[in-house]
Design a protein around this ligand. Structure first.
Ligand code: ZN
Length: 133
């Protein structure tokens, strides 16, 4: 039940009643207010609502996060998903290559690559110690 809609319709009906309108006149007032719907339109609306409710992702879901899920493997998005996954895999390789350069001296609390205090800023920015991820 839509309380707001019912209150609006009651207002239209009440206004029509104060003008001593007939049942047809009340129906005409409701139609003029855009509050009547054909059975076909009502069925179409119900179908659309059911389809929307059955879809397993919300409209505000992050499209990139969705593209990384298996659900995204449909003909609609497969080429874009492949491109995105390849791009992310390439970036991951670059991060791992950069991470591999920054190694702690065995006898000092400093990075061999940039001589900064261990762990260095670059390694920290890349997600810290962890090697492959
Ligand atoms: Zn470093």
């Amino acid at each position: 039940m839509n309380t707001k809609l019912i209150n609006s319709a009651a207002g239209v009906i009440n206004a029509a009643l104060t003008q001593n309108r007939t049942a047809a006149g009340i129906a005409l007032a409701l139609d003029s207010a855009g509050m009547l719907m054909t059975p076909e339109t009502a069925a179409e609306l119900a179908g659309l609502r059911a389809r929307f409710a059955a879809s397993d992702h919300s409209v505000d879901e992050d499209p990139i996060a969705f593209a990384l899920t298996d659900k995204a493997d449909t003909d609609d998005v497969r080429p874009q998903v492949r491109k995105l996954r390849a791009l992310l895999a390439g970036q991951d390789q670059q991060v791992q290559a950069a991470r591999a350069l920054h190694v702690k001296y065995p006898d000092s609390e400093h990075c061999q690559h940039d001589a900064e205090q261990w762990p260095c800023q670059t390694l920290t920015a890349l997600g810290g110690l962890g090697g492959a991820s």
